[in-house]
Design a protein. Structure first.
Ligand code: BG6
Length: 486
């Protein structure tokens, strides 16, 4: 593909030698480079605290980053031309003097994109120092990584303070779930087809399940994770964004604000939870020793650097309601956890039960479901009932199966690659707007407070399972069950 971007671009990554940069950002930029999707005159400035010279930096990324590039995509000559686009600069983000060095390396007239892959506590200071160094102009953009705040007040504060230096249309709040192919495809499924829309509502839909299950544990991220937990790490952002896309009204266009207005309405329509609701409709869990993917796995409390007796949740299941006409009385069940039985992310739309069946013993519940699998593989299945061959009228569920990997031969870019290209092109549709982020916190915060008031302790679940039994009970009370098909 021919690059179309005219102006030179300086892409600056704060935290350029950090975990996110190594695992996601630099590999995504390599892929964009490989496929000719970076504007020709793009330069990437990786900033970090290590006092490395260029050779040391190159050795570091050679060691660390290459492993995250698929073997089929890696080529020596492409790598060599990619690293030509890269430079490393030692910058302590809290030191104003270092911004003069940064400025010296930036090209006059270039568009500037700042990617803040750092702790959120640094965001505002970085903006202030960029501003003081004269490094922000009208064409500059800033990308903010999650977690964007710890609660509503801290999110508001970040938004307000970053807003002093960048206008809203210059701010890209990233939620990488919005960059996943299947998540974007969900918009097409809903708004590019006519058959679902008439049924996409109460009472034709009985319930919606959204599961993001991970098989990995907390790994080396104890420092971050223990102060965060699954509610803030996953529900507040990824799962609520998925819920928005399932539940939103058709936007008037794909214009960023048209889409984000509709998502915002969903977030604002979420029924607030009282303490009694929290006690009844939410489940927190924490994994204990077990087995994951055939190997022994330690419990959360035995993971490296987790404080003894930590009550941080590694699992959350909850029942949410959306207070509007479309979704009246349709429960949305959300569930996420680490060290679960499989890495499986899925949205399941359960259509209404049959009012009556003429087929004797045949089921009349959960006969039609639409399953949208986001990972590990991407497919969409519609479960229908069919007659078993033979005499008699025995029914059996069968699946209409759309395997997106085989339906399209095109390469499927990783979420970060797609979102980075969006940032470069200034496309905001798949990024969160300020009010969206705050509305999500406004709904989540009372739940976290409710747990505190209730003195709620996470329920143990064995690593390698689907979470605490109470999560199945939450479903069973509504006469349902989590769909856990491999
Ligand atoms: C991140 C969370 O936002 O998403 C991690 O901080 C989690 O804890 C990750 O593992 C999951 O992303 P993915 O794309 O692997 O499902």
């Amino acid at each position: 593909m021919k690059p179309t971007h005219p102006a030179p671009l300086d892409l600056v990554i704060f935290g350029g030698a950090g975990d996110l940069s190594v695992r996601k950002l630099l590999p995504a930029l390599y892929m964009a480079h490989l496929h000719g999707n970076l504007p020709e005159d793009t330069h990437i400035h990786a900033l970090g605290r290590q006092a490395w010279d260029r050779q040391e930096f190159l050795r570091f990324i050679e060691d660390k980053v290459r492993g995250f590039i698929g073997a089929q995509a890696y080529r020596d000559e492409v790598w060599a031309s990619f690293v030509n686009r890269l430079s490393y600069l030692r910058v302590d983000a809290t030191e104003a003097v270092h911004y003069a060095d940064l400025k010296a390396g930036m090209r006059p007239g270039a568009e500037r994109v700042y990617y803040l892959a750092t702790a959120p506590s640094l965001f505002v200071g970085i903006c202030a120092r960029l501003d003081a160094a004269g490094l922000i102009d009208e064409a500059s953009r800033i990308v903010l990584e999650k977690p964007l705040g710890h609660d509503l007040a801290s999110a508001q504060e970040i938004n307000r303070d970053v807003g002093r230096y960048f206008q809203e249309h210059q701010i890209f709040r990233i939620d990488h779930y919005l960059g996943k192919e299947t998540v974007q495809n969900l918009m097409v499924l809903r708004f590019g087809n006519s058959i679902f829309e008439p049924l996409w509502r109460s009472p034709h839909i009985r319930s919606v399940q959204i599961t993001v299950a991970e098989s990995v544990g907390v790994g080396s991220r104890a420092g971050f994770y223990d102060g965060t937990g699954a509610m803030r790490d996953m529900i507040q952002n990824h799962l609520l964004q998925l819920l928005c896309i399932v539940a939103m009204e058709p936007p008037v266009s794909l214009d960023p604000d048209a889409v984000r207005d509709e998502k915002l309405k969903v977030l604002r329509s979420l029924r607030p939870m009282s303490v009694a609701d929290v006690a009844r409709d939410t489940v927190r869990g924490q994994y204990t020793a077990g087995a994951s993917q055939g190997e022994a796995a330690v419990g959360y409390l035995q993971e490296e650097n987790i404080p003894p007796g930590s009550t941080t949740e590694t699992f959350v299941a909850l029942k949410a309601h959306i207070n509007n006409w479309r979704w009246a009385n349709v429960p949305f069940f959300l569930r996420t956890g680490k060290r679960m039985a499989a890495r499986q992310s899925e949205i399941v739309i359960e259509f209404a039960d049959l009012p009556f069946t003429v087929f004797g013993e045949s089921p009349h519940r959960s006969v039609n479901r639409l399953m949208i699998r986001l990972q590990p593989e991407e497919h969409i299945q519609l479960q229908m009932m069919a007659k078993e061959p033979g005499s008699g009228m025995k029914l059996r569920p069968v699946k209409l199966d759309l395997d997106l990997q085989t339906a399209f031969s095109e390469r499927r870019a990783e979420a970060y690659e797609r979102l980075l290209i969006d940032v470069i092109k200034g496309r905001l549709t798949h990024f969160m707007r300020r009010d969206e982020l705050e509305a999500a916190w406004a709904w989540v915060e009372p739940i976290i407070n409710g747990w505190q008031q209730l003195g709620d302790k996470p329920r143990p679940y064995t690593a390698g399972t689907w979470g605490p039994a109470a999560s199945s009970a939450l479903m069973a009370r509504e006469g349902g069950a989590w769909v856990e098909e491999a």
